[in-house]
Design a protein around this ligand. Structure first.
Ligand code: PEP
Ligand code: MG
Length: 535
């Protein structure tokens, strides 16, 4: 028997089962220089491989939207241009050109500080794996073939693996790589599969068939447990499942506290698929739709029509409000197809609403798409990083301009669509009373607000101990924002990570927060906590 302690829990729970080692194929490229006369052949090899991947993905896209995104990635002309240029100009063979082109796009995501964005690289690499398998003429292993209960052990799981997970058989997941915001972690949380990620060296310790107890509450893996330990974990697992069932029973009731206050519980998402996956947790709506993902996962600025399709689908899926935040790039979030000028302080630089107001045509395409989607659900528009009332007014004027155009074109939209703002800069805290007179709602972005109020970079590990939304300055700011909102009879929500932290629930509730928006996996715990409270 051996115990392995793990730092990061991606999805809670306990599992006792045999290991199924999900081995990766070696898809590293065989590199060679090609003579002039062979270049055309290499380009054809790439195009044929892409055709086969396209056919695979088209079939898969019927069942899961993630593959539609992959399909777009594989067919994108910038990928094609990049591969062709490597073959024609650098005399690389197809395998090498594809591998490098994919790595370059993935690197843009990997370089970002934001963990969530960083992990989007997995989707690009996933597409790359398919292309490489085609070029090499090998078949990728398929997690969907598993037919007995097991804990999956893998180096990492990619989006196309995770969508094939059948919860009847997959009882736990352990990966050697990946972070708590990685794709596998998000999916596992939504499916309720206990998951531990980033477990260094674990692949070398385990083989298929080994019995393992994993406790993703405590972050422990027990390899080949003794009889008594095995029984102890079976018992723990039962207790955990009873607790889950108890929490799930609470899902059908709206959160009304003992003394009658209705609190809205919403989720944060990056695409329509996230909403679909989260439907079982019974949220009131989406408090934050990070629209930048749509821009970042693309290889061109998404057109009005492309955006409209995504927002419309999200609006139709959403039980109540869908709050779409307008483009929030800059800082650590870059676009693979747009050159940002180098800045000394990108977090204090050209980002979010500043970019939108400077690039009006692009901003209008987004706003027109959101407005058109508002005919299909309860859509709200939210502006990020506002620091002055003038900015808010200017942004709202652009909304009015778009409405006028759509009216003239006879296109449908909701005339009374709400426009609100994130409160995530110190300036917006100090001006909260002014903003509350004009905005339709507030959503507190504690991720940025904490870093700006405390002058502590949210991604800098060296000073991570100083980054705390429990700092009295942050708490004071939150209280001030909520009071300012209520004075003008508008709602104050929160979509920063603090809203999903059960340790903060009571204080936020007592400050009067109206809406908590968080990752779907936190919802059951926050709901339970809120139901215990009274004003
Ligand atoms: C925030 O700043 O709290 C927020 C929700 O936005 P993001 O994390 O996307 O910057
Ligand atoms: Mg922010």
């Amino acid at each position: 028997m051996e115990k392995v302690y793990v730092g990061k829990t991606a999805s809670r729970g306990i599992a006792v089962a045999k290991i199924y080692k999900y081995e990766e194929l070696d898809l590293s490229p065989v590199k060679c220089k090609v003579p002039e006369q062979d270049k055309e052949g290499q380009v054809s090899q790439f195009l044929n491989a892409r055709e086969s991947v396209k056919a695979e993905l088209e079939k898969l896209a019927v069942t899961n939207e993630i593959f539609s995104a992959h399909l777009e990635m594989v067919m994108d002309f910038t990928l094609e241009d990049s591969v062709k240029s490597k073959i024609n100009n650098d005399a690389e063979n197809a395998e090498s050109a594809v591998s490098e082109a994919i790595s370059e796009v993935a690197a843009v995501f990997e370089m970002m500080d934001d963990e969530y964005m960083k992990e989007r690289a997995a989707d690009i690499q996933d597409v790359g794996k398919r292309l490489m398998a085609q070029l090499k003429g090998v078949e990728l292993p398929d997690i969907g073939n598993l037919r007995e209960e097991a804990i999956i052990l893998a180096k990492d799981l990619f989006p196309s693996d995770t969508v094939k997970i059948n919860t009847d058989y997959v009882k736990g997941i352990i990966t050697e790589e990946g972070g708590v915001t990685s794709h596998v972690s998000i999916i596992a949380k939504n499916l309720g599969i206990p998951t531990l990620v980033g477990v260094k060296g674990i692949l070398g310790k385990l083989n298929s068939g080994d019995i393992v107890c994993m406790d993703a509450e405590e972050g422990v893996i027990i390899i080949s447990p003794e009889e008594a330990v095995l029984n102890e974990y079976k018992q723990k697992k039962q207790e955990y499942e009873n607790e889950r069932q108890r929490l799930e029973k609470l899902r059908d009731n709206p959160v009304i506290t003992k003394d009658g206050k209705r609190i809205s519980l919403c989720i944060n998402v990056g695409n329509a698929e996230d909403i679909e996956r989260a439907l079982p947790v019974k949220m009131d709506g989406v408090g934050l739709f990070r629209s930048e993902l749509l821009y970042m996962e693309n290889t061109h600025f998404p057109t009005e029509e492309e955006q409209f399709q995504v927002y419309k689908r999200a609006a139709e899926l959403c039980p109540q409000e869908l709050t779409i935040r307008t483009l929030d790039i800059g800082g650590d979030k870059e676009l693979p197809y747009f050159e940002f000028e180098k800045e000394d302080n990108p977090f204090l630089g050209w980002r979010a609403i500043r970019i939108s107001l400077d690039m009006k045509d692009m901003f209008k395409e987004q706003l027109r798409a959101i407005l058109r989607a508002s005919a299909f659900g309860n859509v709200r528009i939210m502006f990020p990083m506002i620091i002055s009332v003038e900015e808010l007014r200017e942004a709202r004027e652009v909304v009015e301009e778009c409405k006028k155009e759509l009216r003239e074109e006879g296109k449908e939209f909701c005339e009374n669509i709400e426009t609100g703002m994130m409160i995530e800069t110190p300036a917006s805290v100090l001006l909260a009373e002014e903003f509350a007179k004009e905005a339709d709602f507030f959503s507190i972005g504690t991720n940025d607000l904490t870093q700006y109020l405390l002058a502590v970079d949210r991604g800098n590990k060296k000073i991570a101990d100083k980054y705390s939304y429990f700092h009295p300055a942050v708490l004071g700011a939150i209280k001030h924002i909520i009071d300012a909102a209520h004075k003008e009879n508008i709602k104050a929500g929160m979509c920063g990570e603090m809203a999903g932290d059960v340790k903060a629930t009571e204080i936020l509730f007592k400050y009067g927060l109206d809406e908590f928006s968080m990752s779907a996996g936190s919802m059951d715990y926050i709901r339970e906590e809120l139901l215990k409270l009274t004003i």
